[in-house]
Ligand binder design. Structure first.
Ligand code: PRX
Length: 638
């Protein structure tokens, strides 16, 4: 069997979970034996959640790319590692075998070294969904540099904030990328971002759209020219840097309840073991199968289940550049048929959006290669679940609803495809190594079944975040301080009578818009950057397709009319400051905000108004001026 740790039955799942509880070190130590280590660990696990200080596989040495590439060369060197489907179905797709991907990662690793990148350096990657993005990520890992991928939808300001926070002296980008009918300029955005990052030494630019771009002397170089230099040297191998299991592998910025995104840090050993283990078990991957995760590598899902999880398992991973609805809403289904995809892993938002086009785009699509379907990123409503099951999976494919977070690195709660039962809208059971705990507001554990509370996790799993870059205290306060002794997820959760978990959504001030995570404070800060905005408050509301939409209440002090023109100006400000993903759906101008005497905005009331409720707004007696509520309710946008 290629994966001796692949769970084959419900009983095996129960045994594995129990063993992981009783003897986590024995459990994970045994699984870790299946990887390529330059040196084995001295100790599987040391930890405390107080500081927090968490170490997996201490003393072990490895390079994750030897596990993702080199070790497969002998057994499956000629098999496909990566398939790339371009935005425009008429353009050429690309196929890379393990041997070819290995070659390209070596080449680009040498490019990085030639350009001065060393172990521990931070490299910011801002590219479209091209194969070179995966190559750049792996090349960083090969030379021991810490990659920080930034999603293509972020603005120059957001990029600059992240580059500064990580003090990344190297940037890898593209001239531009394609998204449906649109061409997105990436290099010009990087140019704007770098105005405030003079410490950046080198920008490597891949040619993709062939758009004219500026190239700054002594800073910017072309990817292709740098590759030629390596070719002229005869393509020497790129010796992998020997990394400690606890050396940083990457930083990925994500939003929290405060205004500033935080750099979640993952390390080499534990992340590798956990993403591989969850990939193999949740999707029940069988060698030779094709795995299509539709996420962007700019998010954790792309890191873990397009790149590291599948490649470390020797799988074939499919990377797609475009959008699900262009040239038509049958795009995903055409890709499934074209390449004979076996596992399709996507977001509920995409499913809901495709559902809205009806069944026409599914006509003439066979979809008979599909074996497993997955969802990630947000709660899936039952209607979307059944549609996915019936029209995509033809009721033959188990659906895995995978709950996890940027901070958890890999899937935490999910059924195992075809092995443990699914239940619509439930992520179901914790993976081995994962111990969910529900607590009430006071931190008391809620025991028993058929209960609801805040979701925490007891004890560490191998890919738990280790810190937030440059600010360890922030990591402690954010995740380990609310309920001492536990990791707090920020999610609300229901446990049913059989012990299945259903994630009900965030209980903190974090929004989940189309599966993209945004802090309300972050959006408010951006709105408040508009010159005439006095104050604002942002809440989420139910949105049929996006899951949540952004509803902004704005006190406007300008001379312009409070009309759509002004709304656009405010929206554009948000797009400039954060990026297109944070554009408010609704902006309501208000005279005042419901504040308590201590100045705290009562979001509970605003949330109700945003959901369309205008009476029964609850107790408003503690408000400084209860009359504002009436005014706001009257002006609510439907
Ligand atoms: O609220 C949960 C929701 O997405 C949050 C994590 O967002 P992010 O770090 O961007 O990672 C998304 C991809 C792993 C969680 O706190 N979430 C994620 N998966 C699910 C989910 N909510 C319900 N069901 C899920 N399967």
């Amino acid at each position: 069997m290629p994966y001796p740790y692949q769970i084959q039955s419900m009983e095996e799942y129960q045994t594995a979970w129990k063993k992981s509880e009783e003897d986590p070190e024995g459990f994970w130590g045994e699984i870790a034996e299946n990887f390529l280590w330059r040196k084995k660990w001295d100790k599987v696990l040391t930890w405390n959640f107080k500081e927090p200080d968490i170490k997996w596989f201490s003393g072990a040495k490895l390079n994750i790319t030897e596990n993702c590439l080199d070790r497969h060369l002998e057994t499956r060197g000629n098999e496909l590692a990566l398939i790339w489907e371009p935005n425009n179905p008429e353009d050429h797709h690309r196929l890379l075998t393990y041997e070819q991907l290995h070659f390209k990662v070596n080449q680009f690793g040498n490019v990085l070294r030639n350009n001065g990148v060393k172990k521990g350096d931070r490299v910011c990657i801002y590219m479209g969904m091209v194969p070179e993005l995966a190559i750049a990520v792996l090349a960083c890992a090969r030379v021991g540099a810490i990659h920080s991928v930034i999603f293509g939808g972020f603005s120059a300001q957001s990029i600059s904030d992240r580059i500064q926070d990580a003090h990344a002296e190297f940037v890898i980008t593209c001239d531009g990328s394609f998204r449906g009918a649109k061409e997105i300029p990436l290099k010009p955005i990087i140019d704007d971002a770098l105005v405030s990052c003079p410490f950046v030494k080198r920008v490597i630019v891949l040619t993709h759209t062939h758009a004219p771009i500026s190239m700054i002397k002594d800073r910017d170089v072309r990817w292709e020219k740098e590759i030629h230099k390596v070719e002229n040297l005869g393509n020497p191998p790129c010796i992998p840097e020997e990394m400690d299991a606890e050396d940083m592998l990457f930083i990925l910025y994500t939003s929290g309840s405060t205004g500033k995104p935080k750099g979640v840090v993952h390390t080499c050993g534990g992340y590798m073991v956990y993403t591989n283990y969850t990939f193999v078990n949740v999707f029940q991957y069988k060698p030779g199968e094709l795995h299509f995760c539709t996420a962007d590598v700019g998010w954790i899902t792309g890191h873990s289940y397009i790149v590291y999880g599948p490649l470390s398992a020797g799988a074939t991973t499919l990377m797609f550049e475009g959008v699900p609805t262009w040239p038509d809403a049958g795009r995903f289904w055409s890709i499934v048929d074209k390449y004979q995809v076996n596992i399709l892993y996507t977001a509920p938002t995409a499913i809901r959006s495709l559902m809205s086009y009806g069944l026409e785009p599914l006509k003439d699509k066979k979809l008979d290669s599909l074996r497993v379907l997955g969802t990630v990123g947000e709660p899936i409503n039952e209607e979307a679940w059944h549609w996915y099951d019936e029209h995509v999976g033809k009721k033959k494919c188990p659906i895995v609803d995978t709950w996890w977070q940027t901070e958890t690195g890999g899937i935490m709660i999910s059924n195992l495809a075809g092995i443990t039962p699914s239940k619509p809208s439930y992520a179901t059971l914790p993976l081995p190594g994962v111990h969910p705990v529900l607590v009430d507001e006071k931190g008391q554990e809620i025991v028993g079944n058929d209960v609801t509370g805040n979701l925490c996790l007891l004890g560490p799993w191998p890919s738990i975040l280790r810190t937030t870059y440059g600010d360890h205290e922030r990591c402690r306060l954010n995740y380990f301080n609310t309920y001492p002794g536990l990791y707090f997820t920020g999610d609300g959760c229901h446990r049913d009578e059989h012990g299945n978990y259903r994630i009900t959504g965030r209980v903190d001030d974090v929004l989940n818009v189309s599966g993209h995570r945004l802090g309300t404070a972050e959006v408010e800060n951006a709105i408040n950057m508009h010159t005439d905005v006095i104050e604002s408050a942002v809440v989420g509301y139910h949105h049929d397709i996006k899951g949540q939409g952004i509803y902004a209440f704005v006190i406007y002090g300008g001379e312009e009319d409070e009309d759509d023109f002004t709304r656009k100006a405010i929206s554009l400000t948000v797009v400039r400051v954060i990026g297109v993903i944070a554009r408010p759906d609704k902006i309501q101008f208000v005279k005042g905000l419901p504040k308590t005497r201590s100045g705290k905005i009562m979001r509970r009331i605003l949330r109700k108004i945003a959901e369309g409720e205008t009476s029964n707004l609850g107790d408003t007696s503690t408000l400084l001026d209860p009359s504002v509520v009436e005014d706001i309710a009257k002006g609510a946008i439907k």
